[in-house]
Design a protein around this ligand. Structure first.
Ligand SMILES: Cc1cc2nc3c(=O)[nH]c(=O)nc-3n(C[C@H](O)[C@H](O)[C@H](O)COP(=O)(O)O)c2cc1C
Length: 332
């Protein structure tokens, strides 16, 4: 049942990003993978991330009566497997109940967010605030594992709250039977304002080996390409790398058969149209179309009149208008 142990290394993962990596975006990332290689079963991750994560969802909301809206963040399709649901909160009992729910929803794994530095989550004592509360963090992990039954549980976190505290925090986490530990290599206070402290990850590998933990160690922070991810795995002896913002500059990033410099403006526009159409088909009016505007820059870039084209698209006032304007970009 534990998919983590079956993955071929190095493992490349698309990071969870709220408001970005919903089922629609994840399907677009799958769509630019190399289909022949996937069908031939050659290294499952070739061209496609080995693992997808949902955006983070609060356990409180999932257990409340009006949880329909939050369930959108947990929508997924078969092509996105293995798919891990990411949850956050503070009450171990709720993690237990939500883990049971996620198992019934047929997720492949559950991840606990202990890394979000957002002021509102920190105020509640959740996410990255758990770094300051190792006892509660441990209780939450244990409750989730109990509720998850056979589903593997992982933790995504940072390496300290106010200052670097890799040894203590990683030791606490690796004393629990988690299947993977994803380290965003910054402290909470650093947000994303300083370069990630990649050298710290060697400490996590050492602790894992010393404790004889089976957890995979995955690094995260500032990685911009698959090649860079591979190099980091070799250099630090880690099992994989998770990539977030790097995909904004290159949607094809996980497919190393694609040279981004050779992607034509037409291919960029075509992919944006696919994304817009899938957004419309999946969400209809239930998500605001303005959300799609932040993707315009991801596709419409790196060619001579890209900024002029972007400006045209940013002026649109509805999803249909945005689709029409995109279709017209190269129609003349
Ligand atoms: C827009 C945005 C939304 C994010 N949402 C989440 C989230 O829901 N869960 C999470 O664990 N991390 C979230 N993150 C953090 C990323 O997963 C990742 O840890 C961080 O961006 C550093 O990796 P990168 O340098 O490869 O982007 C978010 C980051 C961004 C930029």
């Amino acid at each position: 049942m534990n998919f983590w142990g079956k993955l071929q290394k190095p493992i490349f993962i698309l990071a969870p990003m709220e408001g970005v990596t919903d089922t629609v975006f994840r399907q677009i990332v799958v769509s630019v993978a190399c289909p022949q290689r996937q069908q031939a079963g050659l290294r499952s991750g070739r061209g496609k991330p080995h693992v997808f994560f949902t955006e983070f969802v609060p356990v409180d909301a999932l257990l409340s009566s009006g949880h329909e809206k939050i369930l959108r963040s947990l929508k997924f399709t078969e092509v996105e497997r293995p798919i891990v649901a990411q949850i956050w909160g503070t009450d171990p009992e709720k993690f237990y109940q939500v883990a049971q729910m996620l198992q019934k929803m047929k997720f492949d794994g559950i991840d606990i967010n202990m890394g979000c530095p957002d002021r509102n989550t920190i105020k509640k004592g959740a996410c990255a605030a758990l770094i300051k509360n190792p006892e509660l963090a441990t209780e939450i992990i244990e409750a989730t594992i109990r509720g998850a039954n056979n589903l593997p549980v992982s933790v995504k976190t940072r390496i300290g709250f106010g200052s670097l505290d890799t040894e203590n925090w990683v030791t606490t986490l690796l004393q629990t039977p988690i299947s993977a530990l994803i380290l965003h290599l910054r402290t909470t206070r650093e947000m994303s304002k300083v370069p990630a402290h990649w050298e710290e990850i060697s400490k996590a590998v050492e602790i894992r080996n010393k404790l004889k933990s089976k957890a995979l160690i995955i690094g995260n922070g500032d990685v911009k390409s698959r090649k860079e991810a591979s190099d980091k795995c070799k250099k630090y002896g880690i099992d994989g790398v998770m990539i977030g913002r790097g995909i904004f500059n290159n949607i094809w990033l996980f497919n190393d058969a694609v040279d981004i410099e050779k992607v034509t403006p037409q291919q960029r526009v075509d992919l944006l149209i696919n994304h817009l159409n899938l957004f419309k088909k999946t969400w209809g009016d239930s998500k605001h179309f303005e959300l799609m505007k932040k993707f315009v820059k991801c596709y419409i870039n790196n060619y001579s009149n890209a900024s002029e084209n972007r400006e045209r698209l940013m002026k649109t006032k509805s999803l249909d208008e945005l689709i029409r304007a995109t279709l017209l970009l190269f129609a003349a």
